[in-house]
Each structure stands twice: as C-alpha cells, then as structure tokens.
Design a protein around this ligand. Structure first.
Ligand code: AQP
Length: 328
C-alpha cells in the first residue's frame, strides 16, 4: 500500500477550489492506500491569526474532512501542532534549504508583495510543508496544482538530504493532481485562483455557503460579453472556469457541456450550475452539521494524533541518526 499525506490550512472557510483540487481526492484514495490527513495549523500562523478564530477553524476543517468522506477508521486525521515531529523535522530541513530557492517560491512572492518586511515563517513555510510530507515516508501527495512548486521543492530537499546523509533518510514523494478542478479560479477575477483569504466573499464558493449565497456568487461571476459557451482559458477565462467547475462536480466532459449548452445564454448555464453546486454541497453540509458539535470529533483528532506520532517518531529517530544528532 502506498502512503498518502496531505493537509489543508485552517485559514477560513474551505471553498470548492480546496474541495475539487484536493479534498475530493482524499476520500477517493483511502480505499487503496494508507492515508494520513492533517489540519496544518502551524502553517496558518505564518500570517497572524486571532487565537479563538483559529481554534474554531481547526475544528471546522476537521469536521469538513469527515463530511467530505474521510473515514477515520480508514485514514488518520489529526492536527499538525499535536505532533511535535513536524516542527523538529522542519528545522532539520531548514538547515538543508537555501534562501535562493525559497525566494523563488511564487506563493511567497505573492503573499509578501508590497510588504516592506514579511514574516520569516511565510518565507520558510514550504520547508515546513516538505517536513509534513517527508515525516510520514509519503509516496503520494494529493494537492491542487498551485502546490506543484512546493512539491518540487520537497522532492529536491529529499534527494539532496538522501545524497548527503544516506539514501534511506527520506522517501521521495510525488504530487497527485486532478484532471479537472486542479486549479479553480476566482469568480470575480478568473485570472487568479480561488482563495480563502481573498477580500471579496463572492470571489469564492465555500462548502458551507447557503443556497442563496451560492446563487448570488455564481450569477454575478465574471464572464465575457460574447455569450458563447466555449472553453478557451486565454480569451474566455470566466466561462472556462465555470465550465471546469461544472465538469468537476458532474464528471461530464467540458466538450459535452459545450455541446449541451450550444445556443444557450450564460444566464441559463449559470442557473444550472447553481443547481449542480447546491446539490453537491448539500450532503456535505448535512454531514458537517451532524459531526461539528459532537464529542466524536475531538476523539477522532486525539486518536489520529497518537497514530501519526507513532509513525513520526520513527522517522525522526532515523533522521537524527543519519544526521548524527543527539546522544548515541
Ligand atoms: N483555487 C484552487 N483550486 C484548486 N485547488 C486549490 N487549493 C487551494 N486553492 C485551490 C488546494 O487546496 C489545498 C489546501 O490549500 P491550503 O489551505 O493549504 O492553502 P492555499 O493553497 O493557500 O489555499 P487558499 O484557499 O488560497 O488559502 P489561503 O487564502 O489561506 O492561502 C491544497 O492542496 C491546494 O493546492
């Protein structure tokens, strides 16, 4: 069985980009693989957070994991800061990383843009992400394609460390990306990816949005003025994004959707998309409401952390031996 690892930051409401790009894969993979899914709270503090809100958000993401089909009897679900090995390996890997490669990371460049000085954690974040993955001898990392550069860095670090400290130090992982939904774009600016932290709440559809909010977000989504339902990312990014979302939720190909909607206007297409999104998120919301306030949720996370810790401790022991750290 392959080991699968991935995580989501508790930085706000999980949106359909997080779902279609990453979360949807999590449940699909758990029958044939050994899956470990984490709520990466230490990544969330790279940008200052209100402690109470962060804590609520951790449980919200955990409940959404379960609501989206992750079965705690099959997969390990836990909170990153409950397993000290993440921070420990993060430091060890930081010492094998270079400022040059970290300053080339697109996400760092975007998030630190126009800031005179950015938090150091924002800069070293990709190294902590590499530690998250390598800590579990992971082979497969299901993520959205905005994470490709971070996965490449993880692979580079693993190969570099293995070359210097022993080939048994790390398993070199691979990213896994969805064919459709790997990069869902913002509804108000379809040249940028949909994001939890974007200012305009109508730029995204959150999994817990009401039917009315979903309708409003879709109906006001930016499209062009020629009214032809055609997939052309370069010239028609808005409608192309909506076609991709429709396709990712229904499994229908973009080509078949273009045929089905030939001659229809954007209004009719958008109305149908509202139905598609609403009917897809409804069962997730129902399950979320069942689990969010239950005692079961914290129990799942506690047991998950114990299981994750047992695996992490073995890796840390091996890495420390290879690096010559500690007393022997
Ligand atoms: N727009 C997207 N389309 C497809 N996949 C996406 N992911 C994020 N945005 C999209 C994938 O969701 C997983 C979790 O992401 P994250 O929370 O760790 O951080 P992020 O990539 O920075 O996501 P956001 O929504 O943009 O959050 P903020 O605004 O807090 O930075 C990852 O697998 C990611 O690829």
């Amino acid at each position: 069985m392959n080991r699968v690892f991935s995580g989501i930051q508790p930085t706000g409401n999980i949106h359909i980009g997080n779902y279609l790009g990453a979360l949807k894969q999590f449940a699909e993979l758990q029958n044939d693989n050994e899956c470990i899914y984490c709520i990466v709270d230490m990544h969330a503090i790279t940008v200052p957070k209100d402690p109470k809100e962060l804590n609520e958000s951790i449980l919200n993401v955990a409940a959404l994991y379960i609501a989206c089909g992750i079965d705690p009897d099959k997969s390990i679900v836990f909170v990153q800061s409950d397993v000290p090995g993440h921070a420990e390996l993060g430091w060890i890997l930081t010492c094998s990383s270079y400022t040059g490669e970290l300053s080339r990371m697109t996400q760092f460049k975007q998030k630190s843009k126009e800031k005179e000085s950015a938090p150091t954690g924002l800069f070293t974040y990709p190294v902590l992400m590499a530690a998250d993955i390598l800590l579990y001898d992971t082979s497969i990392v299901p993520v959205g394609d905005d994470q490709k550069q971070h996965i490449e860095l993880t692979r580079d670090l693993a190969v570099r460390v293995n070359g210097k400290y022993g080939e048994n130090t790390f398993v070199v992982p691979e990213g896994r990306y969805m064919k459709s939904g790997a990069r869902v774009m913002s509804l108000d600016d379809p040249t940028n990816k949909m994001s939890k932290s974007a200012e305009n709440e109508y730029s995204r559809i959150s999994l817990l949005d009401s039917p009315a909010k979903i309708k409003k977000s879709v109906m006001r989504a930016t499209t062009d003025s020629d009214g032809i339902i055609k997939f052309d990312v370069e010239n028609k990014p808005g409608i192309s994004n909506l076609l991709s979302i429709y396709s990712a939720f229904t499994g229908k190909t973009v080509e078949s959707l273009e045929k089905d909607y030939a001659g229809s206007g954007y209004g009719d297409f958008k109305k149908d998309l509202v139905e598609v999104v609403n009917s897809s998120v409804k069962p997730i919301q129902d399950k979320y409401n069942d689990i969010r306030e239950s005692d079961e949720l914290k129990k799942i996370l506690k047991e998950g952390a114990e299981k994750a810790n047992a695996i992490a401790e073995k890796t840390i022991k091996r890495v420390k031996e290879n690096f010559g750290l500690g007393i022997r």
